[in-house]
Design a protein around this ligand. Structure first.
Ligand SMILES: Cc1cc2nc3c(=O)[nH]c(=O)nc-3n(C[C@H](O)[C@H](O)[C@H](O)COP(=O)(O)OP(=O)(O)OC[C@H]3O[C@@H](n4cnc5c(N)ncnc54)[C@H](O)[C@@H]3O)c2cc1C
Length: 284
């Protein structure tokens, strides 16, 4: 859409034209997770830290710090973001892929009392940063992106960066908003070196030898057998909410043998075994 149409539709004075995604939207990640869990009918147990994983009598076990078994099953999926590598290392000692933490801070401002000065869009608007329609009396916008930054504290400088992004999207004035009281949240994205997720069966590096084919990740041996196996679902970077549903279908097809929802080369591109190949080649 050209700038005039995009500005009318979004309710912001956009600096340029824009793509419009009629099926797009926004959601609260926690509500989304709750809804998916409820729909799946699965039993959820939260608030428990897994310290170690191990394979025992054909089952995968998760254990707490006291080495008490929390649960065991034929199939185990490590879907715990940046914690996946630590658990994998606890089970087999070797992690074949890089996973780094990229810090992100989002900001929010109360719209009550300031509606005239704040740019409240009718639709989510994304470009250099993003801003959502106001919800619960707050305007949410962001976000920053800082690799290898483990500081959990909210930072004024990051809030200012978010204000600048908001101004870039809406043509507003940072100085007019900078005295307003703000809230924020800090989180970390789990990012791979090729910026693609890791979804699939964990490779068996010990079984990877000179007789294994190395031209495609799909030929790499895995830590699984006819009963079950070890799978991973992480490295979702800045798109985990966007990718979660399709990634879930892909993972289900890995585990159950159901038809794959993606074409083969895209499945390979997300296959965690892709990181095993170059190293194996250089070791050969
Ligand atoms: C500021 C910011 C803005 C973002 N905006 C967007 C966006 O607009 N759209 C989008 O699609 N994505 C966005 N993302 C990315 C998105 O949040 C992530 O990709 C997504 O949350 C990844 O989901 P996950 O379940 O793999 O990991 P996480 O959300 O990190 O969840 C992993 C969970 O595992 C738990 N865990 C870890 N280790 C253990 C253990 N040993 N035992 C028990 N539990 C454990 C953790 O406590 C955590 O609850 C954003 C991220 C940030 C930081």
């Amino acid at each position: 859409m050209d700038r005039a149409v995009a500005s009318t539709l979004s309710g912001l004075a956009l600096p340029s034209g824009a793509w419009f995604y009629p099926g797009g939207g926004w959601l609260a990640p926690r509500d989304y997770a709750r809804e998916l869990l409820a729909r799946s009918g699965s039993r959820f147990r939260g608030g428990t830290d897994v310290a170690t994983i191990e394979r025992h009598s054909g089952l995968w076990r998760v254990l707490d710090e006291q080495r008490q078994v929390i649960a065991e099953a034929p199939v185990l999926v490590l879907a715990n973001g940046l914690g996946a590598n630590g658990l994998l290392a606890s089970g087999r000692g070797e992690v074949p892929w890089p996973l780094t933490a990229v810090r992100g801070q989002i900001s929010s401002l109360a719209t009550d009392g300031h509606p005239a000065t704040l740019p409240c869009p009718r639709l989510p608007v994304a470009g250099g940063g993003y801003v959502l329609p106001q919800t619960g009396g707050r305007l949410l916008f962001g976000a920053t992106s800082q690799p290898d930054d483990i500081d959990p504290a909210l930072r004024d400088a990051d809030h200012r960066l978010n204000l600048q992004q908001l101004a870039g999207l809406s043509g507003g004035d940072v100085e007019a908003w900078s005295s307003l009281p703000w809230q924020g949240r800090v989180g970390w994205r789990a990012v791979t070196s090729d910026r693609l997720p890791l979804i699939g069966a964990v490779p068996d590096l010990e079984a990877l030898d000179r007789t294994s084919r190395a031209d495609q990740p799909r030929f790499v041996p895995r830590q699984r057998d006819a009963r079950g196996g070890l799978y991973v679902f992480t490295g979702l970077g800045s798109r985990g909410i966007t990718w979660a549903a399709l990634g879930g279908q892909l993972l289900a097809s890995w585990i159950s043998g159901a038809p794959c929802p993606l074409e083969a080369d895209l499945r390979d591109a997300l296959d965690p075994a892709r990181y095993a190949l170059p190293r194996w080649r250089s070791d050969s």
